[in-house]
Structure formats: C-alpha cells, structure tokens
Design a protein around this ligand. Structure first.
Ligand code: C2E
Ligand code: CA
Ligand code: CA
Length: 730
C-alpha cells in the first residue's frame, strides 16, 4: 500500500560498502604491484651494477697480470740487450760484473727477484735469488712449463727474436719469467746463435707484489689462490703450456647490492608509510561504511516509525502484517487486524490546539500499549487512527478482550495538560483466517469495518462483513444516480412551514431537498446528503436547492426562507460569491434568507467559520445555528459567533416528558440564547403539549409535524392565501 523509496535507499547504501571495499582492494593491489615493481627494478639495477663492477674488476685484474708480465718483458729486454752485458759475457767473461749487475740486483726485487745465467751448453753458470747466490740449476728451480717457454724462444730465435716471457711455476711459487739471449744494445747477437748465453729473470707473485698490484689497480682483497674458484670471478695465471698455475681473486665490491641495501630501508619506509596510509584509509572506510549502514538502519527504522507516538507507522504496519500473517499461517491460527479511530479527537485538537492534541495521542498510545498483548503490533497510521495486529488462538475471545479493554480505557475521561478530554474510539476488526488473506485486503477490510463502526456510533467494535463491500458498491451506484439526478434537475425541494409561537401564523419555511430515485422511490436526505458530500456533489446540490427555494419563495410575501448548508459547502472558497450571485440572479432580498449551519463546522474551523459568517452576514444573510443540543453544544460558540437564530434540535423536544430534566435543559438553553439576544426556533414539535411547553419556555418560532410536514411549494402558497396573505403569481 505504501510504496517508499526505501528499497532504493537500501540497495544504494548496501552498494556503498562494496564500492569502498572494491576501491580499497584496487588501491591495495596497485600499491602491492608498485612495490613489487620497484623492488624488482631495484634488484635488477643492483644486479647490473654488480656485474658491471665484476667485469671491470676482472678486466683490471687481467690487465694487472698483463702489465706485470709486460714489466718483466721490459726488464728482460733492458738487461739482456745491453752492450756492457754482451762485452762482460762474451768478451771479458767478467763474472764479477755479472754478479754485481744481475745477481745482487735481485736483492732489490723491484724488477726481478731471481736470476739465472745459462751457458750455450745449457748449464747454469750463475744463480741468484733475492740477492743471494743460489746453489741450484735453473731446470731444478723452474717447473716443467719452463721447457716450453725455452723451446718457444729457440723457435723465435730462428726469426731473429731473442726474448720470451711467460708465467712459470718455480719452487717458490708462480712467477713471471723472462728468458733472453745476451746481445748488443741494438738487439743483435754478437755471437753465433749456438754460442749465445742466456739470462733468465723471474719475479714471483709474492704477497708484497700482489699487495702492490692491489694498491696500483685499486682491487680490494686481491690474493693468489692455487685453484680457480668455482663461483667467483678470477683472473687466471696460465703457463706457456696453457696450464693454470693459480688465479687472482679479490673481494667483490657489489656496489649494486650495497646501494640496494642502502636504499632498501628508505623504500621500506615509503612502502610502510603507504601501507599505513592504506590501513588508515581502510579503517576510515570501514568507519564510514559502518556509519552509513547505521544511518541506513536508523533511516529505515525512522521511515517505519511514527515520531509523535513512537509506534510503528503505516509502512511499519505493512511489514508487521506480513510477519503476523506468516506466523498465523505457520501455526494454523488467525491473524487479526483492529482499526481504531478516535472519536471527537478533531474537536479536542481544534478546541485546545495541536499541542494538547499531540499530548492526547501520546496519552492514548501509552494507555493502550499497556493493555495490549505483548506480541501485538501497535501502529499509528494517521492523525487519530491506530491499528492493532495480532495472532489469536481463540479469535472471538481475543477480539472481545481487546475490545473490552479499549472501551474501558476510553470510558474514563483523559486529563491532558490539565484539561478534561472526552474522546472515544471506533473499532473495525478484520480477520485473516490462517493468515491467508494478504495484508492489503486485511487492511482494506479493517478500514471498512472501522468506518461502519464510526457511522453507527454504537461505541462497539464492528467486524468486517462482506455486506459492507455490497454497501460500498451500493453507495457508489447511489452517488452515480445522484449525479445524474442533478444533471437532469430531477431533485425537488419541499418546504416545512415555521410558525410564530404567539400568533401561530406561518412566518417562514425551511427548504428541504427531496430525491425520488429512479426505481427506488424517495431516498431520505440523511442518506443521500452524506453521499453527495463524499462524492463532491454537495456544492451543486446546495446551489440547486438555493436557486429553487428562492425561485419558489419569490411568490411568497415577507416570510423567511431557511436553507440548510453543509459544512463542506462552506469549505469552498467560492461559496460566499456564488450565494451572492444566486441572490442577484433570483432578485431575492438576502435579508429574508436564513442559512442553517450545524455547529460541527464552527467547532472544526472557527477561523474559516468566523470569516465566512461575517461575509455572509455582510451580504445580508441571516445565520442560524441548526440542531443545537444534539452534539457539542458549546456555549462559547453562542457567544463567539453572532448567530441570528438558534434552532433547538428535535431530540431535545422529543425528550420532553420522557427524560427527567429535559424540560429544565430546554428552559436553560432558551434562557441562555435570550441572554445573548438570540431568538430560538423549536423544531420537531409533534404534539400540542410540546408546542405549548416550548412557547412557554420562550421559543418564538415553532416547527414540526404537529403544525405541518414538509410540503410542496404550491401548498405553501395555499397556506399563505388561507391566512389572508396575497401571494404574487409566478
Ligand atoms: P434538519 O435540518 O434538521 O431538517 C429538519 C428535519 O426534520 C427534516 O427531515 C424534517 O422533515 C424533519 N422534521 C421536521 N419536523 C419533524 C417532526 O415533527 N418530527 C420528525 N420526526 N421529523 C421532523 P428531512 O427533510 O429528512 O431532512 C433531514 C436532514 O437532511 C436535515 O435535517 C438536514 O440536515 C438535511 N437536509 C435536508 N435538506 C437539505 C438540503 O437541501 N441541504 C442540506 N445541506 N441538508 C439538507
Ligand atoms: Ca435545518
Ligand atoms: Ca434541524
């Protein structure tokens, strides 16, 4: 029944956490991916930097070895291609010179540390190591590869090259060795090739030498190892046969790894910061989402709650009904819905104001809540409408119990803000047998039963009955027929004469509408007037009656014409102007027209009533308060509104002689009216006794079946003629 945007709101807010999570997940994935990328790139950079450095170190180490060999080659050349040496060796055989210039020189160790002099016959003629004479032949001192070196030199000599160098193992370790024929400074042999004497110079890769190399070439931790390492860069030392004598190795600097390690903490910090931010965002997101969800729950609750009473509202009741019917269906019991509409709440609201009205609602809510079964759903579904839904074991007893409790509750007048508020309740009950009816139909039925209860004014609960639907149908067809009757001006107006209490001569008429409904006969105005009101026809009906009445009354001299006005007609803002237009149209003096209004209108809309009334009176109409004594009958209204006449309700006259104090009440009422200078008409007089009594009480005009029933216009004309008044011709 009530369709709200809740489901939309719901799905929107449900999607929100999903969206936030999704965004955060994507963000986290991006950060994680970025981190991996950065670390991989850094790692690659480190690896490349490391291998570049390794390459460079390897080249440097190999270069160091090459230049080390180059040095011995230069030294060998300097000391063998030397005129002085050639003269000392070949001409002077000066051993002393040789010891001084070669042997002792090995002590310095800067160019070579070992020296051998080899005769043309291959004998060791002299040997020195570190400046000390060595008692050892060169073939014992050098390893096997030396032979290869020497053989190579012999080959070279055929091509005029007298010198050769290479790495050779010695008994003191690996060394670079130069072997050369002693010759002239120009490089040519001064003797025959087979007479040539050879010098051998060797320089060992001692710790000091390696340290010097490391220093010169800036290689950290350079050292000689006997074997080639398996998983480290190295520079190999190979003899002339190609055998490995050892290898130079060094400490890896790994600059890439070092910078990687240096940068890593910073990158780690960055990632940690981003991670923290992400965590913060996540926490923030969770808080927001939680708040959203809480807001949504609150909004949903609020949308189903009535703020004034704190009960569930119509939307909440819809949900509750679905649940209650399901519960009833499951247990094979009945779901019951009781509609409850406060009687006279509007009167309290209008009389005392909205604040008191609100307090009344709260008071009624608190009081009823206390009386209802705990598992009953209790809702406020409109201004003064409540609903109670429950599952009943014994439906009849259950409904009776609630009805009794509610009736008992409203029997006591409520004291709200120090004022006595007498309100009642009309109850309509609908039953969904085993919860099978459906909440919409259950609501409709309870509503219909409640309206019936309200109309009956019995003060008892009314159960829904299918005949109510028929009634509704009947009312609808009646409304249609009435509309057609109005279209075809098929309504008529009759007039009930009003008599002067003293002279008992006719002094006025009350126009009363009549409807001879096609195929149904006459329908009482008490029945079709409310239907006209409910179906927006009352304006047209009222205008028709007024126009007809004024047209008829135009023939009658002097007497007043009373016309009944429905409160709904007065709600139409154009009412004042349309009545003025009809007066104008019928050329009827407004002063002779009495508009009869019931007090409900003055109670409900005092401001509008005052405004309309003074406008109508300014236009010349007189205003009578009709049916006084039948309802609220507030003396305050008599004083506040300047009525031109008061009509005492039939029920008061009818009570005369039947109810004790009815006479006193009547007397007091008339006295009250005369204290405000308001003349009083007594209506519904059916007996002589009543006529005399009300005259004695001070009513100046009398109306009732005792004098005349409502009659046709021509009958009024006859009546007037009989009294001797001339009526003008139509
Ligand atoms: P009301 O304004 O109180 O009109 C007087 C009602 O009392 C009339 O009933 C009339 O026939 C009846 N009546 C008069 N004297 C006696 C009596 O001695 N004994 C009894 N038992 N009844 C008497 P009616 O014509 O059936 O009208 C009923 C109500 O319908 C009216 O009550 C009035 O409220 C409404 N009504 C009638 N005609 C119109 C109309 O043209 N416009 C409006 N808005 N309401 C109308
Ligand atoms: Ca009336
Ligand atoms: Ca009346």
């Amino acid at each position: 029944m009530v369709v709200s945007g809740e489901s939309k709101i719901g799905s929107k807010t449900l999607r929100a956490p999903l969206m936030v999570s999704l965004v955060l997940i994507v963000f986290a994935a991006v950060v994680a991916g970025g981190t991996v990328l950065i670390l991989t790139a850094m790692n690659n950079m480190a690896f490349h930097a490391n291998s570049l450095d390794t390459q460079r170190a390897q080249q440097t180490a190999s270069g160091a070895l090459a230049s080390f060999e180059q040095q011995i080659a230069s030294a060998t050349s300097d000391y063998s291609a030397w005129d002085d040496a050639a003269k000392a060796v070949y001409v002077d055989h000066d051993r002393d010179w040789m010891e001084k210039n070669y042997g002792v020189f090995t002590g310095a160790g800067t160019l070579f540390d070992t020296y051998f002099l080899v005769t043309p016959g291959g004998e060791t003629a002299m040997a020195y190591k570190d400046g000390v004479a060595l008692a050892m032949g060169f073939s014992d001192y050098f390893g096997k590869s030396f032979a290869t070196l020497r053989a190579g030199l012999e080959n070279d000599m055929a091509r005029g090259i007298y010198q050769r160098t290479g790495f050779v193992e010695t008994i003191d370790g690996p060394a670079v060795v130069g072997i050369a024929a002693v010759r002239s400074s120009q490089g040519s042999l001064t003797v025959a090739k087979d007479k040539a004497t050879f010098v051998i110079f060797a320089r060992h890769l001692s710790d000091a030498v390696i340290k010097q190399l490391a220093h010169n070439y800036i290689i950290d931790g350079l050292r000689l190892v006997p074997e080639v390492p398996a998983n480290k860069p190295f520079a190999a030392l190979r003899n002339s046969k190609g055998d490995i004598l050892g290898a130079l190795v060094w400490d890896l600097r790994e600059p890439g790894t070092r910078s990687y390690r240096q940068v890593l903490p910073m990158v780690g910090c960055g990632i940690a910061v981003i991670g923290l931010v992400l965590l913060g965002l996540l926490a923030f997101g969770i808080i927001i989402v939680r708040r959203l969800m809480a807001d949504e729950r609150a909004a949903r609750k609020l949308s189903k709650e009535d703020l004034l009473s704190g009960l569930i509202n119509r939307a909440g009741l819809n949900d509750a009904l679905v649940e209650i019917e399901a519960r009833a269906a499951l247990s094979g019991r009945d779901a019951v819905l009781i509609y409850l509409d406060l009687d006279r709440f509007k009167d309290v609201n209008d009389a005392y104001g909205h604040t008191v009205g609100d307090q009344l609602i709260r008071g009624v809510t608190a009081g009823l809540k206390h009386l209802l079964p705990k598992d009953a759903a209790f809702a406020r579904i409109g201004g003064d409408e409540f609903a109670i839904a429950l599952v009943c074991d014994d439906t009849e007893a259950c409904c009776a119990a609630v009805e009794q409790a509610v009736i008992a509750f409203f029997k006591e007048p409520l004291i709200i803000a120090g004022r006595l508020a007498s309100v009642g309740a009309s109850m309509g009950i609908a039953v969904s047998s085993q919860g099978a009816l459906g909440s919409a139909e259950l609501l409709r039925r309870a509503d219909m039963a409640m309206y019936r209860a309200k109309a009956s004014r019995s003060g008892r609960a009314v159960f829904y009955h299918p005949s109510m639907d028929e009634d509704r149908e009947a009312r609808m067809t009646m409304a249609n027929d009435l509309r057609q009757a109005l279209d075809h001006e098929a309504l008529t107006v009759v007039y009930q004469p009003v008599f002067d209490a003293h002279t008992r001569i006719i002094c006025g008429v009350e126009a009363l509408v009549r409807w001879n409904r096609n195929g149904h006969g006459f329908v009482a105005p008490d029945i079709f007037i409310p239907i006209a009101e409910d179906n927006g026809l009352i304006g047209r009906l009222g205008e028709f009656v007024m126009r007809q009445a004024l047209m008829d009354a135009a023939k009658w001299p002097r007497i007043s014409v009373a016309i009944n006005i429905s409160p709904l007609q007065l709600h139409d803002v154009s009412f004042v102007s349309s009545t003025a237009a009809i007066i104008e149209e019928c050329r009827f003096p407004a002063e002779r027209v009495i508009l009869e209004l019931t007090e409900g209108f003055f109670v409900r809309n005092p401001d509008l009533a005052k405004q309309s009334m003074s406008q109508l009176q300014r236009n010349g109409f007189r205003i009578a308060l009709d049916d006084f004594g039948s309802g609220f009958s507030s003396v305050g209204y008599l004083r506040e509104f300047g009525f031109d006449r008061l009509k005492i309700d039939r029920s008061l006259i009818n009570a005369l002689g039947k109810t004790p104090k009815a006479g006193d009440l009547l007397k007091a009422t008339v006295a009250l009216a005369s204290s405000f200078d308001i003349p009083v008409t007594a209506e519904g007089i059916e007996t002589q006794l009543q006529a005399d009594y009300v005259s004695d009480c001070g009513c100046d005009e009398l109306q009732g079946f005792f004098f005349s029933k409502p009659v046709r216009a021509q009958d009024i004309s006859c009546m007037l003629e009989k009294t001797g008044w001339t009526t003008s011709a139509a």
